[in-house]
Design a protein around this ligand. Sequence first.
Ligand code: ZN
Length: 303
Amino acid sequence: MINKISIVLIIITCFSCKNETKSNGKLNIVTTTSMITDLVKNIGGDYVNIQGLMGSGVDPHLYKASEGDVTKLVEANVIFYNGLHLEGKLVEVFEKMGSATKTPIALGEELDKSTLIGSDYFASNYDPHVWFDIEYFKQFASKVTHVLSEKDPINTENYQVNAETYISKLEALQTKIKGTIETLPKEKRILVTAHDAFNYFGKAYDFEVVGLQGLSTATEAGVKDVQKLSAFIIEKDIKAIFVESSVPRRTIEALQAAVKSKGHEVEIGGTLYSDALGNAGTLEGTYIGMFEYNVNTIVNALK
Ligand code: ZN
């Protein structure tokens, strides 16, 4: 019996010899996470066609390529993904996708590895949630600009102008959120969420970060983890814990119930966007809007 991955690989093999084709003279770009899609939209603007595979609320750790996705990937001129094993179920597809004319670009793999947070959960040995440090996202922006300019030299100047505008917006975001976070006393900066997506955020903005589920949503939290973390919440007198948009609520609700069963109260401080942005057309549907929303939600609930 031919399984799904075999079909995927057959399709890839059949198409990988195809020359690069651009529709309407524009580069066809395929991206994975909504954060990367938003970034490429900001830099590519109207000069490229972009198709993002993962919409809002989609968990990249568990995402599997559909046959439609594989067709999009095969027909793309450029593929940008996070890498560092974030898109765990797509690794094999990307590895087979490489050819002389097209190498999928893992933006996270381009970062200086010695500065990344190590992890035993992922085959990459690194925590892949790098977009929560805006400095790294700025490096993503530079890499995307470089690749687009190289693949489509006619529009180099346009990409560079767009990149300068976007990077200055990211710098303004950094200043703004630092100001917001400074209003929260250091001892209250403890962030408890469903899974460990916020380690880079914690490192950059001086939060202690505790995830219930480990780094990847592929591993469920056990009863022991819930008991241990509920004791920690009571000991540290933490006011609020947080749900994530791409992780089921039940893990955090179980934690809240465990705290309650010990005679204490902890609020659910709101829903954070971790591995996916909000709906397109909303403020949280952009990387910058998502970051501001998360920081406001965290600071308001923990104050
Ligand atoms: Zn994650």
